[in-house]
Design a protein. Structure first.
Lengths: 255, 388
């Protein structure tokens, strides 16, 4: 499956936040979206999920504009985890994960739905929390529960807005590893907004860097995450250090 | 629990061969559903017992056997002989419509309160806070204060509806209350039309519309003479005096259809608790569902309030009480709150009838006391866990 974005412009109240966004990605790839605060990563992510109509341009899946899909059909193709969460009191972790089955059910869950929930939760290591209320668990656990909900939704593209922001080091790495397994093993696609350049460098196949509303560069991590790009986009001096376990970004104080 | 501890526990489960087969989740899920179903069944049984009790209590006490015999006779006529023949008239024409009005008003308010709280993700929302009650009160107060001036002598006439004679005055009051109750939501939706994405704007519009109508009620009170003023005050306190079979026949189908419409969208409401964006990404037309279901809530509550006057408290409290007890799954929370609403209202009304018998106390007064005490007991029992 292929997602193509064509001359996309998006913004609010007549002001553009992102302009001239053109790229293609397909299932089998993890694509990271990088850029400083306020560069429009979340806006791009939301537009890709059809949460807001674009000001101009279009997002297509397999050549068809996402606006032409019904919401239910689209929800079987695109799964979304937002940066900030809403949740209701007295909702259990299991009920939250089962929400992911909404596109497939009418009123009741089948054994297959419960089975999916179990696999998703055990994959995200939140199975033991199943009957806890979501207002009683930690921020990192919550983030893993919401990712489990998307796994349960079983879409073709996972679209995540900073899914690792509240996770500890171990869970960051574990989560990224799981993401990559899903994408590479099951022919899924992933678009993920990230702040951590090292995670992007290590786990993505493609990197889209946004700066000043536009695409700064799009390519493999090695092509895009360079000392020059980091200086241009983030205004920070950095070196890419080659180590036995692969390259990593070392940023330092230049002010 | 530490992260590694969790991991070990999950691995342990895996060794037990549960992981990925749905066995563990199925057990957790089945247990939670069983609990919810049991709760609803117990509530239904309590309601049934309350109905029998309420039929037998009153200024004339009717033995439980005669109550049951009379109910049975309604299905299969003349099976049992009652110990006093006039019991049958008291039960069928006096108490049954009143009890049914209580039950269906309780159902409408309990279910609407739950749905409104879910749709707007706000625990303070109810038909009362969104202005529906104030608007209905405004309609009724207008009819009582100015009806004679507007409709002239027709206001004092009588009308035949479905074989039962109404005074035109009562009918006009009911109609006005219903119309304005419904109108309130139309106003709220129009005001917040450009900001439909923001639930806060919707809630605030509801509160403001409520105040506007309250100003109207105050005005009607201020200009009314003593008789009209007393009628308005009575209406504002709410009561089941208006119960007749024709009112029951009007309300029951509306509430039943409304209830099933709400219940059929329970999963969508569950999903909306995750936020509008998440709900949209899960295939829900958020704005359309929110608008449509708010209209359904308003219609069923306005229909009931038109007959009962302002009954405010249940729509707010019943959902919270049930949420504490069975959690937030709307599929079970809506029927549970509906039953809870019916039980609280029927209990309050029965106490209102018998406490100072043959005099009655307005049901609203007892409702606040019974519902309030019950809620305070529940919240303090689970101290610190609710709305944390």
């Amino acid at each position: 499956m292929k997602m193509s974005v064509e001359s996309l412009v998006q913004g609010y109240d007549g002001n553009t936040v992102i302009e001239d966004i053109d790229f293609q990605t397909h299932t089998g790839d993890v694509m990271s979206v990088l850029g400083p605060n306020g560069s429009g990563k979340s806006t791009l992510i939301k537009t890709l999920c059809n949460l807001h109509d674009p000001m101009a341009g279009r997002v297509k899946i397999d050549g068809r504009d996402i606006k032409e899909y019904s919401r239910t059909d689209l929800s079987k193709i695109l799964g979304y985890v937002p940066q900030y969460y809403n949740y209701a009191q007295f909702t259990t972790v299991l009920d939250t994960v089962l929400m992911g089955r909404r596109p497939y059910i009418n009123w009741d869950y089948t054994e297959e739905d419960l089975n999916m929930a179990e696999r998703s939760m055990s994959r995200m290591n939140v199975l033991d929390l199943a009957s806890r209320y979501i207002n009683e668990i930690s921020g990192g656990q919550l983030q893993r529960v919401f990712i489990a909900r998307t796994l349960c939704q079983n879409p073709n593209f996972y679209i995540f807005d900073e899914p690792t922001s509240s996770l500890d080091l171990r869970h960051q790495i574990q989560t990224m590893k799981i993401m990559r397994e899903i994408v590479h093993g099951q022919d899924r696609g992933m678009i993920i907004a990230l702040h951590d350049l090292n995670l992007a460098l290590r786990y993505s196949d493609k990197v889209l860097m946004i700066s000043n509303k536009k695409i700064y560069s799009y390519g493999t991590p090695e092509e895009t995450i360079t000392p020059d790009a980091i200086k241009d986009v983030y205004g920070v001096e950095a070196d890419i250090i080659e180590s036995e376990k692969g390259p990593f970004v070392l940023s330092y104080d230049s002010c | 629990m530490t992260a590694s501890g969790e991991a070990e526990k999950t691995e342990e489960k895996d060794r037990a061969g549960l992981k990925g087969r749905g066995t563990y989740v199925k057990a957790v899920y089945d247990a939670s559903i069983r609990k919810k179903k049991t709760f609803i069944a117990v509530m239904a049984a309590v309601l049934l017992a309350m109905v029998i009790l309420s039929l037998s209590l009153g200024s004339v006490r009717i033995p439980a056997f005669d109550v049951l015999a009379c109910l049975f006779n309604q299905i299969a006529p003349d099976t049992f002989a009652l110990s006093k023949p006039y019991y049958s008239n008291i039960i069928i024409n006096g108490r049954e419509p009143r009890i049914l009005l209580c039950i269906f008003t309780g159902i409408a308010l309990g279910a609407s309160g739950t749905v409104m709280q879910s749709l707007l993700r706000n625990p303070l929302v109810s038909p009362f806070t969104l202005g529906v009650s104030s608007a209905a009160a405004f309609g009724a107060a207008m009819a009582i204060a100015f009806g004679a001036a507007i409709f002239g002598s027709a206001y004092y006439g009588v009308l035949d509806v479905m074989g039962i004679t109404f005074s035109a005055k009562t009918l006009i009051t009911i109609l006005f209350a219903f119309m304005f109750g419904t109108l309130s939501m139309a106003l709220v939706l129009i005001i917040s039309k450009n900001n439909i994405a923001s639930q806060s704007v919707l809630v605030l519009s509801g509160v403001v519309v409520g105040y506007l109508f309250q100003a109207g009620v105050s005005f009607a009170k201020y200009v009314s003479d003593d008789t009209a003023l007393r009628e308005i005050v009575n209406w504002l306190m709410g009561g089941m005096w208006g119960a007749t079979w024709s009112s029951v026949l009007f309300i029951v189908p509306i509430v039943m259809v409304g209830f099933f419409l709400l219940e059929s969208r329970a999963v969508d409401m569950n999903t909306m608790s995750g936020g509008d964006d998440v709900a949209k990404s899960l295939g829900i037309e958020v704005h359309k569902i929110r608008r449509d279901l708010l209209i359904v809530c308003t219609l069923i509550t306005s229909a009931c309030l038109a007959f009962t006057g302002v009954i405010g408290f249940i729509g707010l409290m019943a959902p919270h009480i049930c949420r504490i007890l069975i959690g937030n799954d709307n599929r079970y929370l809506i029927p549970a709150s509906a039953l809870m609403g019916a039980i609280i209202l029927l209990l309050s009304d029965t106490v209102a009838r018998i406490l100072m018998s043959p005099q009655e106390i307005p049901v609203g007064i007892l409702l606040y006391i019974i519902g309030g005490v019950f809620f305070i007991w529940l919240v303090s029992r689970k101290n610190g866990r609710y709305l944390a």
